[in-house]
Design a protein around this ligand. Structure first.
Ligand SMILES: CC(C)(COP(=O)(O)OP(=O)(O)OC[C@H]1O[C@@H](n2cnc3c(N)ncnc32)[C@H](O)[C@@H]1OP(=O)(O)O)[C@@H](O)C(=O)NCCC(=O)NCCS
Length: 138
């Protein structure tokens, strides 16, 4: 499901004229936390693990990012969220894949101990819907 959109600005750019990788990782981590909150009734999630983070294509200033998320694994206190980031060009409706990665989020109580996830079944169904392919409209 589409979680959010964001635009890349000049201050986000690293040494090689493209989006700094750490900036992309921070945005994806925030999207993983938002996704976990949307899918459950738990108040707090923390990131436990990030894996298979791949930067497929550089991102340039002015480009619009789209963050798509799907649940890759449902655990008792954790969920693995697959995040696919695409650049979307509104003029042509063309998309290109730029970054992907899997984030394991754990629900925690006030003391920071893991707790059972209270799933929202309807939100889970939309989280398993396919993301748009390249060239699809918004
Ligand atoms: C997340 C945290 C609360 C988990 O604590 P813990 O003692 O390992 O908790 P548990 O043993 O109950 O495991 C919690 C869940 O993580 C899963 N898990 C633990 N290690 C894992 C790993 N290496 N890979 C995938 N899942 C893992 C467990 O299977 C469990 O999920 P489940 O209930 O769905 O099966 C603790 O590690 C923590 O606070 N980490 C720091 C988080 C943080 O600060 N993140 C921000 C980074 S700057």
């Amino acid at each position: 499901m589409l979680i959010s959109r964001d635009q890349v600005l000049d201050p986000d750019i690293g040494l090689h004229g493209a989006l700094f990788g750490g900036g992309m990782m921070a945005r994806m981590d925030k999207v993983a936390a938002i996704t976990a909150s949307l899918l459950s009734r738990n108040r707090r999630f923390v990131t436990l693990k990030v894996s298979e983070l791949v930067f497929h294509s550089p991102v340039h200033p002015g480009e619009i990012l789209e963050f798509h998320a799907a649940v890759a694994h449902q655990g008792r206190t954790s969920m693995a969220i697959q995040i696919e980031v695409q650049v979307y060009a509104p003029v042509t409706d063309v998309r290109r894949d730029v970054t992907s990665g899997e984030f394991v989020m754990v629900a925690v109580d006030e003391a920071g101990h893991s707790e059972a996830i209270l799933w929202k079944q309807e939100a889970l169904r939309s989280a398993s819907a396919p993301r748009p392919g390249r060239g699809d409209g918004a």
